[in-house]
Design a protein around this ligand. Structure first.
Ligand code: KG4
Ligand code: ZN
Length: 334
């Protein structure tokens, strides 16, 4: 089954062709990072305009690189939410136009299900599994007993982990998106600042990162006021160690309650080298999988994979009524 994936929920315009939820024939990602960098974060209005500018080119490139024609596509899978509404609508409307024009069935996909299914490209998902979702907008632990069955065990009560990374990076004067920058510098530093690890030992599977973020920001501010030398690498390392300790401990706690066959990590922060190492070093009884770095951050291949498995499970598609939705929950049958 040839699935054409479409992803425009934030600041990447992406279209991909994937066979049977596994073999990626093309995955074109047009990133807007350089444009939003000047503003220190994503500007929604600009993001929508850039999607409009790039989407036709990205569709054509994805088809060309896959060496197929639109007529050969069996299913179009498009991110319907959550995300920036103006951005989502560009992808959804472009996908619906193609669907009507070529009479190809269309299916709406939850963005986070895409991040989870990115793991299937290079690993076969084995159930039951635990998914640690760590992106710019989400931090959750999800239990999956079978394909397309998402049971949320816990989530962040405030900031998402990627969001905390980006805010800490901004205070430290690092360019947007800050997560990869903090990761790079953390490797060169030491955990000298011993930041708190909020909710690490709470008896649930929830997270909280805004207190930690404020702690880092306040300390940085106070040190500047006192004219103390700031070792940026140590700030990054201390923050990263606190975050990864929390993420690993919560995953270990979930594993004690839910013995599973596999742990998968999903979302932009799954690219984090410190997190990858700590997860692999700390969890030995169960295989821990990460997507290839190129499938961690937003891309359409993951949406095509998720679309394939959603269709295989429910044998249902959407129609021209499909719409973008900035808030959308991830639950069974969605
Ligand atoms: O999943 P994603 O591409 O977009 C959302 O769905 O939110 O995640 C983007 C987030 C950003 O906050 C970015 O800073 C973070 O993932 N990120 C990282 C790394 N690479 C991307 N955070 C920490 N370490 C990284 N290596
Ligand atoms: Zn994402």
């Amino acid at each position: 089954m040839i699935v054409l994936g479409v992803e425009t929920s934030c600041d990447e315009t992406s279209v991909s062709v994937v066979i049977d939820g596994k073999t990626v024939l093309s995955n074109i990602v047009l990133s807007q990072i350089d444009i939003h960098k000047a503003y220190g974060g994503v500007v929604p209005e600009i993001a929508s305009r850039e999607h409009v500018k790039g989407i036709t080119y990205v569709f054509d490139q994805a088809i060309k690189q896959a060496n197929i024609t639109f007529e050969q596509v069996d299913l179009i899978a498009v991110t319907e939410g959550p995300g920036l509404i103006g951005s989502l609508l560009i992808g959804v409307n472009a996908a619906k136009t193609l669907s009507l024009n070529y009479q190809i069935p269309i299916i709406g996909i939850h963005h986070i299900s895409g991040h989870i299914y990115a793991n299937n490209i290079e690993h076969d998902m084995k159930f039951p599994l635990l998914a640690l979702v760590v992106s710019g907008g989400h931090t959750e632990i999800i239990l999956m007993k079978e394909h397309y069955d998402f049971q949320k065990l816990g989530e962040t009560q405030d900031d998402a982990v990627g969001e905390a990374y980006d805010k800490v990076a901004r205070i430290l004067g690092l360019p947007y998106p800050g997560g990869p920058q903090v990761d790079k510098l953390a490797i060169l530093g030491e955990d000298t600042l011993h930041f708190p690890r909020p909710m690490m030992t709470s008896p649930d599977f929830n997270f909280s990162f805004s207190g930690l973020k404020s702690h880092v920001i306040n300390l940085h501010h106070n040190m500047i006021q006192r004219n103390e030398a700031i070792i940026i690498e140590d700030f990054c390392r201390s923050f990263q160690d606190a975050v990864t300790d929390i993420l690993v401990k919560k995953t270990q706690d979930a594993l004690l309650k839910y013995p599973v066959k596999q742990v998968i990590v999903a979302g932009g922060v799954a690219a984090n080298k410190g997190l990858r190492k700590k997860m692999l070093d700390s969890i030995k009884d169960v295989p821990v999988c990460f997507p290839n770095i190129k499938y961690c951050t937003d891309n359409a291949a993951m949406i095509a994979v998720s679309g394939y498995f959603k269709y295989q499970k429910f044998h249902k598609t959407d129609n021209y009524m499909l719409n973008g939705s900035s808030r959308l929950s991830l639950h069974k049958g969605e």
